[in-house]
Design a protein around this ligand. Structure first.
Ligand code: URA
Length: 235
């Protein structure tokens, strides 16, 4: 999700229907305030958490929200879906429709899913160049061999995107179970990587994102807000 930074006059114009040209004298009169302070700078840049009032009326007053969910398999990582229950449907919060997903999981994957209304925070977690580690426990249909470790570490070329995956760490936990650490999250990445070995993924569970580990005590389908410390120290 793109950061929601925008120019103050553009934002007010969109909200009120007053043209930017007509807003200029109103700015000069001191009719605009940001975070409780009169602001006469039409080009001032705000984000989704700037508190904006115009002529005494509040136009925006959002509180940042950060949520950890234990996503069950069979629920779709989307805000709307015609066929399946979505992760948003699992939430019981009045603000749930303002949230977006910071790093999706496939329909049949489970584990740690993050939801927020803070697009800068979610971009920091999801952009491949930020290299935030995501750890998955993967159960395979066929036995694992040491050849997987090298192939994952070397990276694999994905023709569709014309990229080579970043070095990924694969630890063999048992004959059919591996722990995979990725620094990026390409489309169906883990399934496609095991697909190179013609080894179907039977179960895929995300254990952590950056420093944040899914709570053991959080049952499937449940969620909780992150602490300020968790929000700030996730990567
Ligand atoms: N890789 C996948 O293939 N699926 C996921 O849900 C996450 C990573």
């Amino acid at each position: 999700m793109q950061s929601k930074r925008t120019r103050l006059d553009r934002f007010i114009s969109k909200k009120t229907g007053i043209s930017r040209g007509s807003l200029r004298p109103l700015f000069a009169k001191g009719m605009v305030s940001v975070d409780g302070v009169v602001n006469r700078d039409t080009q001032y840049v705000i984000d989704e958490f700037s508190k904006v009032s115009f002529d005494g009326e509040e136009l925006q007053n959002n509180t940042p929200v950060y949520i950890m969910m234990h996503k069950p398999a069979g629920v779709v990582s989307a805000t709307k879906d015609e066929q399946h229950k979505t992760v948003i449907d699992l939430l019981e919060r009045p603000d749930k429709n303002t949230l977006h997903i910071a790093g999706r999981l496939d329909l049949h994957s489970s584990g740690l899913l993050l939801l927020t209304n803070d697009s800068r925070w979610s971009s920091r977690l999801t952009l491949p160049e930020k290299k935030v580690r995501k750890v998955y426990r993967v159960t395979l249909a066929n036995p694992l061999t040491d050849a997987y470790i090298e192939a994952f570490a070397k990276g694999m070329y994905f023709g569709f995107e014309d990229i080579t995956t970043r070095p990924a760490q694969l630890k063999i936990l048992s004959e059919y179970v591996a722990e995979v650490t990725l620094e990026e999250g390409r489309y169906h990445q883990i399934k496609r990587m095991f697909g190179r070995f013609r080894n179907p993924v039977v179960k895929l569970h995300r254990l952590s994102v950056g420093n944040l580990v899914l709570d053991d005590s959080l049952p499937e389908g449940q969620s909780r807000e992150l602490s300020e410390y968790e929000v700030c120290h996730i990567s």
